[in-house]
Design a protein around this ligand. Structure first.
Ligand SMILES: Nc1nc2c(c(=O)[nH]1)N[C@H]1C(S)=C(S)[C@@H](COP(=O)(O)O)O[C@H]1N2
Ligand SMILES: [Mo]
Length: 439
């Protein structure tokens, strides 16, 4: 049965007393005859005839780990040819709502696959310029005071297809999905530092991952963000293997690569290591040909997740369609998201949902008033083409730049940290296309 017919059929739901009569009737007849067999429709009370089938038959079984409906939204993936697990998967932002990404849809970035780490043998070493070096097993780490907070993790390479001159016609999740937000729980670096006693002269924290990628990251102690932690849980669950089990760094607001997974060692030092990931990868080529290192902090950014490329817009019959998206910043919380429907001539404030938190996703919603649309056959469409875009501002006053401004500042050799305003055009036929705005 199509959902349309289904709705027509249940347009009038039974009243409370009809419910009651129908249920009692079933209990009497159904229990005696078994699963409704022999239940002549003719002698069923009025309300019962209209009841959904799911009220008549017990449902399916359940399992010990829940699964998404219909197989759920899934991630797009790209695995580098000739490798087993080097690559990325993108969070399907355009198929989700709210601000927390389910663990199974958190984006992934692996430089040498997911290592086999034996939890029983695993230790986290905290050493170098410290008073008391420590080697902590997971149980010991779990006995330390824990702290929970929401934080996004964004790969510095997120949205980098938008540096290209031509707009790419791909879903939001594929263009911008190297970012996810979770509630992380773990032991803060502040707690660990208290425990080991940071030595005089320590200026840098060096983090080593246990995978085969040579993942060593140098972080200036002075630039460690509030809430920096060794995370053990993600959205309430023990970390998954792909997210760095048994433990990973979570450094709210910093680029993904610094948030070392399968963490094996933290070393306090007077100098950086200048590893491959400090110097070659994740550094930023400037217009003058020089390259910036340690550009770890993520910018202020927003993306509209609905309407999205690949899904036609069917305007609401009331003349209003909700536009919704996500905004986040590496330097604070979102204080404002503005939307335009005319390509940037006029902007108006979207509603920010809940209380925006530092370095976490904020959901914004905006009623796009397109006027009462034409109603042709069974489809309702916007009346005229529009250019939709969003622009976020954070609590430190940073404003998401326009694309031309970002390119002017970063040059054409830029690859990481793309955070410019993204726009979509909705045609009269409801088709959504990605466009680059001037300015
Ligand atoms: N040990 C290790 N840590 C790592 C990586 C890695 O390949 N090995 N990838 C980094 C990069 S570049 C990013 S963007 C994030 C991605 O984290 P996620 O896979 O949990 O989304 O992990 C970072 N930590
Ligand atoms: Mo990354």
């Amino acid at each position: 049965m199509s959902s349309r017919r289904c709705w027509a059929r249940y347009a009038r739901w039974p009243t409370v007393s009809e419910h009651d009569r129908a249920r009692r009737h079933w209990l009497r007849r159904g229990a005696a005859l078994g699963a409704g067999a022999g239940l002549g429709i003719a002698d069923v009370p009025a309300g019962a005839r209209d009841l959904p089938d799911s009220w008549r038959t017990p449902g399916q079984g359940f399992g010990n780990y829940g699964q998404p409906v219909d197989g759920g939204p899934i991630r797009w993936m790209a695995v580098e040819p000739g490798t087993t697990g080097t690559g990325v998967s993108w969070t399907p932002l355009h198929e989700l709502d709210g601000t927390i990404i389910p663990n199974g849809l958190h984006f992934e970035r692996h430089h040498a696959g997911i290592p086999a780490v034996r939890t029983e043998e695993w230790r986290l070493a905290v050493e170098g310029l410290v008073d008391t070096p420590l080697s902590l097993e997971l149980a010991a780490l779990r006995r330390l005071p824990r702290h929970s907070r929401q934080a996004f993790i964004e790969c510095a390479g997120n949205s980098n297809a938008l540096w290209r001159p031509d707009p790419v016609q791909a879903p939001v999740g594929w263009l911008h999905g190297l970012v996810s937000c979770s509630e992380w729980t773990g032991v803060t670096l502040a707690t660990l530092f208290d425990l080991v006693g940071v030595g005089r002269g320590a200026r840098w924290l060096i983090a080593d991952g246990l995978d085969a990628s040579g993942m060593t990251i140098s972080l200036p102690l002075a630039a460690l963000p509030d809430g920096a932690m060794v995370a053990l849980f993600q959205n309430g669950e023990p970390l998954r293997a792909a997210q760095g089990h048994p433990a990973r760094l979570v450094l709210p607001g910093l680029e993904g690569v610094a948030q070392v997974k399968w963490l094996g060692r933290l070393t306090l030092s007077d100098r950086p290591v200048l590893s491959r990931f400090d110097t070659v990868a994740y550094t930023d080529l400037q217009p003058d040909g020089s390259s910036h290192r340690f550009t770890r902090t993520m910018g202020v950014k927003s993306v509209i997740t609905d309407p999205a490329v690949g899904r036609a817009v069917i305007g609401g019959p009331s003349g209003i369609t909700e536009v919704s998206g996500l905004a986040w910043s590496g330097t604070g919380h979102i204080v404002r998201v503005e939307l335009t429907h005319d390509g940037g001539r006029h902007w108006s404030d979207a509603v920010l949902e809940g209380t925006p938190r530092d370095t976490a996703f904020t959901r914004f919603r905006w009623p796009w008033e397109h006027g009462r649309p034409d109603i042709t056959a069974d489809r309702v469409r916007p009346v005229r083409p529009v250019l939709l875009a969003s622009r976020a501002t954070d609590s430190t006053g940073r404003v998401q730049p326009g694309r031309a401004t970002l390119i002017r500042e970063q040059g054409h050799g830029a690859y990481y940290h793309y955070n410019a305003v993204t726009a979509v055009e909705i045609g009269a036929d409801g088709r959504v296309t990605h466009v680059h705005l001037e300015g």
